[in-house]
Design a protein around this ligand. Structure first.
Ligand code: NAI
Length: 711
């Protein structure tokens, strides 16, 4: 969690201080009560007894070990060390290995017998998911857990008992996975037993044994990563030398930022683009749509100048607006241009790339080799298979920028972010606009109150909205076009825009052949690595959070993990993720919505502030909307903030900063906000929260004292 990250450092420091204090106290106690000679004497006696009675000794040790591990009691580590001290390295390893596997299997079977049915009944979906994973890759996962003991031994036993992993698989994988750790621990125990004087603690053998103990998790982790990497790449021949450290495919937001970061780190980078530099965001997405929205906003204000005390009307000139949009693109284009990136040291190559093998990319017949490849090929508008759609010349968010004339009647399929932004803008420019949305409400990813607000504001702009409706077919009848809905309704239109989601571009350039795609999706781990460990991905192609700011955020992780992942890798985090829909008013959210909190079973409280109260919003004649903040019950910690309002996107910044840095609503309340500003809405919301949480006893006491002071 983000707020936890902030506090991790002090917690670590406190943890380290406590640890050293404990060692110090132990040292003082040991100094007073601990006689090394006496312990050595007892150990020698025990060893003598074992050499005289080996069979009972082995039997007794094994039974105790199995009992402790089988019953998940604490002490397995001490017993392992004792195994080395009493029986030596080889005999100790054999004994501990055998006893630990029997004990682990007993614990696993017991957990399975008593708990599995209950857990399966209680959490059927989660258990089904885990079992699916266990069936596919459980042995490898268990092996890694045994090798790298990040989760305590007894917990692994209990957890595996709850799955459907066969007992025999559990036993042999555990046996194999625990072996290196057992050897290192037993050896440490043997070295401990050889200490005869205080100075012996510092002997090279003892220090080495404990250094091996400390290094075990790291060595095991690196070994495991190396082994699974080697296995995944077994089928191909690795080149001896590489042309590049990194080959990036796609020069949209994700690809550009990946190349930028890699070039800054002094890597040799190739950036391949088949079309325009800048990708969707610059050419067909964020930039043109925001330019359109700006013109549409002024058109709306110009249609009702009397609201601001003005006279005269502004008339939209559609072709001029479309020409302006192209000018805006041209003005932003140099930021993403090939020249700029060549200046940064990136080899920008124009052409269609095909991934040939885990290190080789073919660009129009030319082969380039790279130690790592980053896929940043983006996404494209999804086209639903509706009969007749192809006959009515459908537009998408990619192609509608070529329109020269304003369509009189526009039909928009899909009431998501793109559908709503476009519907409002075209309606404001004078199109008769209709949205057909398959689900019962617009913006179904947002809360109900947000969908309602969006519906109301679009209707105020004259947009007709049909929800819960499926288009059965499209018909081109001479000059007229119609969409036939499932309920028998027919909607006439001149042009249709399809905005029903965006599909990752994963086809036709070698990804399926390499097994990177499943159900049309690129599979990546939390380091953005695909199933082939030399290939990473960033941006819309991953299919989650399809936003430019997500793409550039992913790009940092893809670039750094691809370049340096052999030594250090970074886990992707997107918990405090802000997003804005740029309608008027805007819709902005960071963190959880109410629906998400309910779905995840997270307890929350709501504080709401109505923008009708905000002085600046009233002065700007734009006081529709609200701020809604979810907090942990009884605390000011923010779980999520949703804003509907004219400057919602800008206002969201303060909540995002607070969440990312573990600051609560009290911190916002303490901060001075200039008057009269939009940001005051954040402070006012925090004030609402404070008022609702003011302790009644303190207010009562204050009232009494003040009454008493009045005499
Ligand atoms: P979306 O997934 O946000 O919305 C698509 C809508 O189409 C959904 O409501 C869905 O129920 C509906 N739909 C699907 N099939 C349909 C059918 N056959 N008939 C009628 N309705 C149908 O996708 P959208 O709006 O295309 O946006 C794509 C991505 O781009 C999203 O991830 C979105 O968040 C992002 N985006 C964000 C923007 C922003 O935040 N300013 C602006 C533009 C895009």
């Amino acid at each position: 969690m983000d707020h936890v990250e902030t506090f991790r450092r002090p917690i670590k420091t406190i943890g380290a201080a406590l640890f050293f204090a404990a060692v110090l106290i132990l040292a003082v106690i040991v100094k007073g009560h601990f006689d090394l000679a006496e312990i050595t004497g007892r150990l020698v006696a025990a060893k003598n007894w074992i050499s005289l009675h080996p069979a009972p000794a082995v039997f007794f040790f094994t039974i105790v070990y199995i009992a402790v591990t089988g019953l998940s009691l604490p002490g397995a580590t001490i017993l392992t060390l004792a195994g080395g001290s009493l029986f030596g390295l080889w005999a100790g390893t054999v004994l501990v290995s055998f006893a630990s596997v029997v004990g682990a299997t007993v614990a696993m079977v017991v957990a399975r017998h008593f708990l599995r049915d209950f857990v399966e009944h209680r959490f059927p979906q989660a258990v089904a998911k885990v079992n699916h994973g266990v069936a596919a890759d459980g042995a490898r996962y268990l092996f890694a857990l045994r090798l790298i003991p990040v989760i305590p031994f007894f917990l692994v036993n209990l957890a595996m008992g709850l799955t459907r992993m066969p007992v025999l698989t559990f036993a042999w994988v555990s046996q194999l996975g625990m072996l290196p750790g057992t050897v290192v621990y037993v050896n440490a125990g043997r070295q401990l037993a050889s200490i005869e004087s205080a100075a012996g603690i510092l002997s090279p053998r003892v220090i080495l044994a404990f250094a091996a103990l400390a290094a075990l998790p790291f060595v095991a982790k690196a070994g495991n990563a190396w082994w699974s990497g080697r296995n995944a790449l077994r089928a191909w021949r690795r080149p001896r030398r590489f042309d590049y450290n990194l080959i990036v495919i796609g020069a949209g937001s994700a690809g550009l930022v990946t190349a930028y970061i890699a070039a800054t780190a002094r890597a040799r980078v190739a950036l391949i683009e088949q079309s325009e530099m800048g990708g969707d965001c610059l050419n067909t997405g964020c930039v043109p749509s925001k330019a359109l929205i700006r013109s549409a906003k002024l058109a709306k204000e110009g249609a009702h100048p009397e609201r601001l005390g003005l006279k005269g009307r502004l008339e939209p000139d559609f072709p001029a607006i479309m020409r302006r949009i192209q000018r805006v693109i041209a003005r932003v284009a140099p930021h993403d241009s090939a020249e700029r990136y060549r200046g940064l040291g990136v080899d920008v190559i124009k052409g269609h790339a095909k991934v040939f093998d885990p290190w080789t990319v073919e660009v129009d017949g030319r082969r380039l080799s790279g130690r790592r490849i980053v896929l940043a090929t983006g996404a494209e508008p999804a086209i639903p298979p509706i009969p007749g759609l192809a006959d009515v010349e459908p537009l998408t968010s990619e192609t509608l920028w070529n329109l020269k004339e304003r369509p009189d009647r526009l039909l928009i399929l899909g009431g998501g972010a793109i559908g709503c932004e476009l519907a409002q803008s075209f309606a404001r420019l004078g199109c008769e606009t209709t949205i057909v949305e398959a689900l019962p409400r617009l913006l179904s990813h947002e809360d109900h109150d947000v969908s309602q607000a969006m519906q109301a504001l679009l209707m105020a702009d004259g947009v007709a909205i049909v929800t819960g409706a499926a288009v059965r077919s499209f018909v081109q009848d001479g000059q007229s076009r119609r969409a036939h809905l499932a309920d028998g309704q027919a909607i006439g239109f001149d042009r249709v825009v399809v905005a029903v989601g965006r599909r990752p571009r994963t086809r036709g350039f070698g990804l399926e052949e390499l097994g990177l795609v499943e159900d049309g999706h690129l599979v990546v781990d939390d380091r953005l690595r695909t199933r082939v460990p030399t290939i990473y991905a960033a941006g819309d192609v991953i299919g989650r959070l399809q936003f430019t700011h997500a793409a550039s955020h992913y790009a940092w992780f893809a670039a750094m993990n691809a370049l340096f992942g052999d030594f250090k890798s970074w886990k992707l985090h997107t918990k405090t993720f802000p997003a804005v829909i740029y309608t008027h008013p805007e819709i902005a959210r960071v963190g959880m919505s109410e629906a998400e909190a309910r779905e995840k079973g997270v307890a929350y409280e709501i504080t709401r502030y109505d923008l009708a109260e905000l002085d600046r919003a009233i002065a700007d004649e734009a006081n529709e909307g609200f701020v809604k903040v979810l907090t942990v019950p009884g605390k000011d910690r923010i779980l999520g903030a949703t804003i509907v309002g004219a400057r919602a996107g800008d206002m969201l910044g303060e909540f995002t900063l607070a969440m990312r840095n573990g600051l609560g609503l009290n911190a916002i309340l303490r901060t001075i906000h200039p008057y009269p500003g939009w940001m005051e809405a954040a402070k006012a919301t925090a004030g609402e929260w404070r008022r609702a949480h003011a302790p009644a006893w303190a207010l009562n006491l204050s009232a009494r004292i003040l009454r008493w002071l009045r005499g």
